[in-house]
Structures are given as structure tokens and as C-alpha cells.
Design a binder for this molecule. Sequence first.
Ligand code: PLP
Length: 357
Amino acid sequence: VFNFSAGPSMLPLPVLEKAQHQLLNYENTGMSVMEMSHRSSAYMNIIEEAEQLLRTLMNIPQNYKVLFLQGGASLQFSMIPLNLLTTSKKADFIHTGTWSKKAIAEAKKYGNVRVVASSEDKNFSYIPNLTDMTWDDDADYVHITTNNTIEGTRFTSLPDTKSIPLVADMSSNILSEHYDVPKFGLIYAGAQKNIGPAGLTVIIVREDLIGKAGADCPVMLDYSTHVKAQSMYNTPPTYSIYIAKLVFEWLRDLGGVQEIEKQNHEKAKLLYGFIDESALFSSPVAVKDRSLMNIPFTTPSDELNNQFLKEAKVNGLESLKGHRSVGGMRASIYNAMPIEGVQALVDIMKKFEYNNR
Ligand code: PLP
């Protein structure tokens, strides 16, 4: 089947096959990676290689730390203010969807949060105009969600925050297109879309932003704890990190972010192209802000939507139901979705449209 789930989502088939091959006996250790001490030399090699691969793929400069933690992107909604909202205690947010709403609500517990711009007036179907945005001069950070998983929008350019650190939730589009890491103070992402299995969260943080948490910050929520211990303060999500390493190798061998970005544009173009010419299906999202990863679409009625979902499932197209806040359908076409999957979806949509003229 082709799995269009928003997350956890498809993993590249060669990654699953390699994991299957190594499941019982990892490189002649006689053990599964799942059974290994996280402090064994075999496992230390895995986590170090995973970090090096990610550094190469994203071109991460040396003055940034890479952390492999737990708690999902949702725990970062708390960790970021606990660690960064500590000088002026002011933060500026661009509010673009369900996930930024959660990030804002959590940050408000720790300081003065200003929503600089919001697209809530139109059900988050667009990204606010960035050109005339202004920031609080002494804000501790500006927060954005680079790709809005539920609403299907993405920032096609970044706000110029001058010297204020830009913090980005990249959960649903990390590694899908090129980002210039030095433009950010901190990047975070739950792994379960473009990186690997759920249970792992990746944080890329500039060194000067570490060590600012207050004395009352719980030790597990302080970035400096994990930086000092190189993500080994406690037992890390060892198997998820191992699979992430395999995904990073797969992406490297494919040609890296540059190549996958090209493929992602081709996949998205195929689906948007059909939606735009269709008399039955339509997209609720502003054309200029369309996501490459999550593509919501709908027919004119709930009845037709449900019928389409049933037919898609019978044909091996899984998890196309849209989020309850948006309705209709949503195709999540992350890095691991082959173009054949998108073509299969377009073929079913064409057939459905023909039968429901
Ligand atoms: N942020 C974005 C953009 C997401 O898409 C998600 C989950 O889908 C989250 C945050 C929450 O992630 P987690 O479930 O890892 O806490």
C-alpha cells in the first residue's frame, strides 16, 4: 500500500529492509540494536554516525549542537521557553496553525508572548505577509512553524529577524528542502515524518543559546544537560536513532537534500496540477503558500469525500482522511513517498471524478 499518513508515516523501503536484515544480529555483534547498551562502542558509533550524517545533509556549522531527545516536538513547546525565554522574557510568534497555537499557549506560561501575525482569520489557509513584520527589539526569540502539517501551508521564505534568534518547528518538513541553518537559532523536529520512528526528537541549537535556563528548570528540560552528556544523560531512544541513521544514509545515497527537494517539487506538482484542473477536487490553500509535504483537498460534499476515501482504501491508498479541523482529504507525501504513490493517487482521483461527473 501507499501510506499517506501525516505521521508516523512511510519509511523508505530500503531502510526497512536493512533494519529487517540487521534485526537479530547487528554487524556480527550477535545482538539486536534494541538490546545493546547505549554506552557500548557499537552503539556509540551508531549515534555518532547519525549526528555526522545529519550535519553533512543539512550543512550544520560547528557552532551548533545536535541533540537526539525524547518527548516529541510537543515537549519542545515547553523546553524552548524554559531555556530561551529567560533574558527579556519576551517572544514573538507567527501564528499559522494548530501546532503554533500549542507552542504559543505553552510559551505564555513562561513569559510575555506577542502574536506578531496570524492567519487564523481564514482557517490558517495562508502564510501572513512577512515583508512588513516588525519585532520586539529585545525579544528573546521569534518562533515560526516552517510547514503546517494540518493546514497544508509552508513558509516559502523566512522572516528577517535581524539579530533576534529565529526558532523553527520543522517537524513536518525537515530534510525535505534546503534550509540555511545559520539563519536559525534553534530548529526542532519530531522524527516521525522525515527522520524515522516516533519517540525521537531532533534539536539543532546554536551554542550561545545553551545554558540560559533558570536554576529551577528541571534537569531533563535543560538543553545544557543534554549537550554536556551528548544526548546520553539518560537512556536515549536507541532504536529510533539507529533507524534515523539508516534514513540519513538513504538520503545521502540518493543525492542529499538537493535531490530530494527536486523530487518533492515533482511529486507536489503532479498532485496540485491535477487538483487545479479538476472540476471535482479543490485545494483550500493559498497557491503561493502550498506545502510540499501535506496536501489537503476536498470535493463539494462530505458524502463524496467519504466515498472517495473508501475507494482509495480499497485501492491500497491508506490514511487519506483530512484532519478533523480541516475536513476532506489530506495526502502527506513526505520524503519516503515515491512518485509512483502520488501517481496512483492521481489515477484514482481521475477515475473517481469521471464516475461522479
Ligand atoms: N509540530 C508540528 C508541525 C507537527 O506536525 C507535530 C505533529 O504532527 C507536532 C508539532 C507535535 O509533534 P509530537 O507528536 O512529536 O509532539
